[in-house]
Ligand binder design. Structure first.
Ligand SMILES: *[C@@H]1O[C@H](CO)[C@@H](O)[C@H](O)[C@H]1NC(C)=O
Ligand SMILES: *[C@@H]1O[C@H](CO)[C@@H](O)[C@H](O)[C@H]1NC(C)=O
Ligand SMILES: *[C@@H]1O[C@H](CO)[C@@H](O)[C@H](O)[C@H]1NC(C)=O
Length: 980
């Protein structure tokens, strides 16, 4: 089969034109309706186009079959099971059609600026497990339908502006699976419905920072799994008290009722043996602190700003976990118990703890010697000011315990930014984005690795002070994520009001970086709260998840039904693309193609490729490098080795272990492709061998990294040698030889490569010169597809964005987007003109093709010839060469010669002019040039020889749109946390 003229995007266009959509149409329509109502200023949803979200890999849309509800298992269409639109700068509102996503399990739009209310249609989502709406500006009331979601496990509407009452429908028979009700920081009013106490599974009830009134329902104590009651900052009615029953909830870990306008007495907590955190501060509580056994897990007790009286129970003194005891501004009296401070966290911890007893009526501290010594050691702060004790000889001047302090609730707990608990001071810092991994063992002490950075916040913890629990926390996270403890580090700890504890968790790979499936696994564990609950650390918030390099999208729809059939059909017609992202289809096509190759190769027994497993194609004719080898070759991608930069990423000069010099192209951000696409591309390139083409030495496809390794071409680009910086100008014959060599390389791509490769970006910076000034065409075969967002509006279409460089770009291709071999011919014509004139294709707004045409017509060609070759060109050649170049640059592709014809013409010209030259003219040693060569060789090798025009997007591996389909797994530039 002749593949000439086959354009991949044509295939794709045709394919999508045939409309083998495999996503349930109603769900597709629901997403499109959502897209319409969501304001998407940053265009993250630009690829929500067409009719096949599952097949088209729409941003943040997942169709995971294992998540299908049983009623849909085996259905003949795909269903949307997860929508992840975390922190995408979305505004607008949620369309009613949300309710049509009947298979959805996780709906995550946290940390956007959504307005409007939660649609009532939410009640249709019987499969919904996680409803994550935190951190928006949602208003309106909670729809009663929210209470009819039989699968709902986690409801997070915190940090919105939702008002109205908590629906009476929140009953166990309606919400049998609910574990987490996070509704804090809204404007909810009315009273807490007693029915919440019926919820069998509810563990966390966060209703703090609302406008709730009424009284605290006794019934809450009936919830058999309730662990956290957090109701701070509500204005309950003036007859509201703390039900004594709250002290008898066996599962209770945390009771936080700060500033709730509560009266009455403090319950007896003897029935809450697991209680770890008790905050009843800023109320109007009276009576004594009950003299009963208290949980030994209590690490924080805050009863400040009440009217509690009596003595401090000695039971408080010996609580072993106690870190934080704040009883200030009450009417407590008597002596401070002598056993206070005997608990191990206060006396043995290395952290600073707090005992704040200010503004009470304590008269005696005689037995408080333990506290005095702790205070003396600087470990525990003890504040007694404002008590009768602090008078006379114990006044502030005489007794440090009596110095007034207003440090408030949030404590200074030492160096919160300390990342690692061990000394890595002797290690050389790692080059960004690598960081020193927290491994203290000798051989690995200074290991550099690229961590995943997870920003999180503990939103309802039960400790007093974090510091002593740091290591325990790291173990907890490591266990939960199935990592080793030396793969986890904490950074940027910060207390926030609440109190909450914000931090960044750095998750380090055991090698240089996590591979795609590990990244997916970690993301899933984190985003679905698969880490088991911890009593001390409480629920965590998910704020962001930043991967150093963009990994491929996680499993979604996969191949839709009917896809393969769709691909086989007609291939040659050009169809304007109008559906979804093309990469999936491209992958399908490549797989199909791959099978063809495989069978062909098997037959010929000369296979360079074979399929080792279903998931990885091994390309054996080129070397596969590990990331470590690449890092070593480039001094860890040191900037000194940087020789170029383009839309796809950076190019480094490197030296392999065996001493071979190479140029390494490292894909970045949007250029990152799925492993399959990438290896297929390698496969294609590995089959291309010609002396006028830069050859591929190998590649690296290591987890989140993709690199192409090319032979290093010593003299760099033709562009450089034609520029004013060139130390030695190229003479005419060399230019002619370069033209010949380049034409041969392109001719090979068009006629010998199978399938044919259209370069799409022939230009002087993509023609490299070796030590013999032999031309080597670079950067071919990498940009043949490269669809990009070029659509507008909702009904939109996708146009393949025209790739190429202004000035070299075929105007016809630009107009019609129809790519043919003649587009390369046009660009090559421009290269010829640049060789002749030494001018830029476009300069000062002048187009070189037009300028030469004008001069040519006026018979004044000689006037625009590069002055540097004025003395070396044979006059007779000039006219022929100019004619040839201009014929390549004709507007109509049909009138341009093929590259084969151009090549023949050039060979003829060369032979006629240099009749004594050998037929293989590209072997330029025959041309006397050695003196200049020597001079050139003195140019330092570190000089930038491979010049890549950074302003041009045409270069390698830019499958932009499709590769960034998972917004949560996006690359670091969008998240300011990971140093670059
Ligand atoms: C899927 O099955 C339904 C009936 O079960 C049928 O109406 C529909 O046409 C089928 N769709 C496809 C794409 O085969
Ligand atoms: C919740 O509201 C309180 C009171 O307005 C505020 O101090 C706190 O910062 C808010 N918390 C969050 C996480 O927004
Ligand atoms: C509290 O209990 C202790 C011992 O259990 C007892 O000695 C003390 O008198 C009690 N105090 C009050 C006020 O009941």
């Amino acid at each position: 089969m002749d593949w000439r003229g086959v354009i991949l995007f044509t295939v794709l266009g045709l394919y999508s034109g045939l409309g083998f959509a495999s996503t349930e149409p109603k769900e597709t329509a629901a997403l499109l309706a959502l897209k319409k109502t969501l304001g998407d200023g940053s265009n993250f949803l630009a690829n929500w186009l067409g009719d096949d979200p599952c097949g088209g890999q729409w941003t943040g849309v997942y169709c995971i079959e294992t998540d299908y509800p049983s009623s849909l298992v085996g259905s003949n269409v795909s269903h949307i099971t997860e929508v992840r639109l975390l922190q995408l700068n979305l505004n607008g509102f949620l369309a009613d059609e949300l309710g049509d996503l009947v298979a959805i399990k996780v709906f995550n739009v946290m940390w956007n600026q959504l307005t409007g209310s939660i649609p009532n249609s939410i009640g249709n989502l019987k499969n919904l497990r996680l409803l994550l709406l935190s951190g928006n500006q949602l208003t309106g009331v909670l729809p009663p339908e929210l209470g009819t979601l039989p699968s709902l496990h986690r409801l997070q509407i915190d940090q919105n502006r939702i008002s109205g009452r908590i629906p009476e429908t929140f009953l166990d028979r309606n919400l049998p699976m609910i574990h987490h009700l996070h509704m804090n920081n809204n404007s909810l009013n009315g009273s807490i419905p007693p029915s919440l106490g019926s919820l069998t599974n509810v563990a966390h009830l966060l209703l703090d920072n609302n406008e709730l009134t009424g009284t605290l329902p006794v019934e809450l104590a009936n919830a058999p799994n309730l662990m956290i009651i957090q109701l701070d900052n509500n204005r309950f009615d003036s007859d509201a008290t703390i039900p004594q029953e709250y002290g008898q909830i066996p599962t209770l870990l945390k009771l936080s009722l700060r500033n709730c306008n509560l009266r009455g007495t403090i319950p007896d907590f003897s029935g809450a043996p697991q209680l770890g955190f008790l905050d009843l501060s800023h109320n109007f509580l009276t009576g004594p602190i009950p003299n009963t056994t208290l949980s030994q897990n209590l690490s924080s007790i805050d009863l400040s700003f009440n009217q509690v009286s009596g003595r401090i129970s000695s039971n408080i003194g010996n609580i072993s976990s106690l870190q934080y005891l704040v009883l200030r501004d009450n009417n407590l009296s008597g002596a401070v118990p002598g056993n206070l401070g005997s608990g191990s966290m206060l006396s043995e911890g290395n952290s600073i703890s707090l005992v704040d007893l200010q503004n009470n009526a304590f008269v005696d501290f005689a037995n408080g010697s333990k506290l005095v010594s702790l205070q003396g050691q600087g470990k525990t702060k003890v504040w007694l000011s404002g008590n009768p004790f602090c008078t006379g000889s114990n006044s502030a001047e005489n007794n440090p315990l009596c110095v007034p302090s207003d440090a408030g609730v949030l404590l200074d707990v030492g160096n919160l930014n300390e990342v690692f608990a061990f000394d890595q001071g002797s290690c050389t810092p790692c080059p960004a984005p690598y960081m020193l991994a927290p491994s203290s063992a000798a051989p690995n002490k200074c290991r550099c690795a690229a961590p995943i950075t997870v920003k999180t916040r503990l939103k309802s913890y039960s400790f007093g002070v974090f510091d002593p629990y740091k290591q325990q926390f790291i173990s907890y996270i490591a266990d939960g994520l199935h990592l080793r403890v030396d793969q986890v580090a904490i950074r940027d700890l910060e207390y926030e009001p609440g109190p909450r504890l914000a931090m960044s968790l750095l998750l380090f790979p055991t090698g240089f970086s996590f591979n795609a499936s590990e990244t997916r696994r970690l993301y899933q564990a984190w985003s679905r709260w698969e880490i088991p609950l911890d009593k001390l650390f409480g629920p965590y918030e998910f704020i962001s998840f930043a991967v150093t390099n963009e990994p491929p999208k996680s499993e979604s729809g996969g191949l839709s039904r009917g896809a393969v059939a769709g691909i086989v059909i007609g291939v040659l017609a050009f169809v304007v693309l109008k559906t979804a992202c093309m990469i999936v289809v491209f992958r399908r096509w490549m797989r199909w193609k791959q099978r063809k190759w495989d069978s062909r190769s098997a037959a010929s027994k000369k296979s360079v490729t074979r399929r080792r497993s279903h998931s990885s194609i091994q390309v054996t004719s080129v070397r596969s490098f590990t990331f470590e080898e690449m890092a070593k070759a480039t001094d860890y991608f040191s900037s000194a080795k940087l020789v170029g930069e383009g839309g796809y990423g950076k190019v480094y000069a490197g030296i392999l272990d065996d001493g071979q010099k190479v140029a390494i192209k490292r894909a970045e951000g949007a250029s990152y492709q799925g492993a399959h696409e990438f290896e297929n591309e390698i496969l294609l390139l590995s089959r291309v061998h010609h002396k006028n083409l830069v050859s591929l030495v190998g590649y690296c496809n290591d987890g989140t990294e993709q690199m192409l390794v090319y032979e290093f071409i010593a003299y760099g680009s033709l562009q450089y040698h034609l520029s004013a910086h060139a130390k030695v100008p190229l003479n005419f014959v060399t230019r002619l030889q370069i033209a010949l060599g380049s034409a041969r390389g392109i001719h090979y791509l068009h006629t010998e490569a199978n399938p044919p490769i259209y370069h799409r970006d022939v230009k002087t910076s993509n023609i490299l010169l070796d030590e013999k000034f032999q031309a080597k065409v670079a950067d071919f075969g990498l940009s043949k597809l490269a669809p990009e967002a070029g659509f507008e509006g909702l009904g939109g279409y996708i146009s393949t964005v025209v790739k190429g460089t202004p000035g070299y770009l075929d105007p016809e291709y630009f107009k019609t987007h129809r790519l043919t071999d003649k587009s390369d011919v046009y660009s090559f014509g421009v290269v010829l003109l640049v060789l002749l004139t030494g001018m830029q294709p476009i300069s000062d707004g002048k187009n070189l093709v037009r300028e030469v045409n004008v001069s040519h017509l006026a018979g004044k060609m000689a006037s625009i010839v590069d002055f540097r070759i004025k003395d070396s060109y044979p006059a007779a050649v000039l006219e022929s060469l100019a004619k040839l170049a201009l014929s390549c640059c004709q507007d109509s592709p049909a009138e341009r010669p093929s590259i084969g014809e151009v090549l023949r013409e050039l060979e003829l010209l060369y032979k006629e002019t240099y009749s004594d030259a050998t037929s293989d003219v590209s072997d330029s040693e025959s041309v006397g040039y050695s003196g200049e060569l020597k001079k050139l060789r003195n140019i330092s090798e570190s000089e930038s020889f491979i010049e890549i025009n950074p302003s041009v997007s045409s270069s390698a591996m830019s499958f932009g749109l499709c590769s960034s389909s998972d917004p949560d797994l996006r690359s670091t530039p969008m998240v300011d946390m990971v140093p670059r």
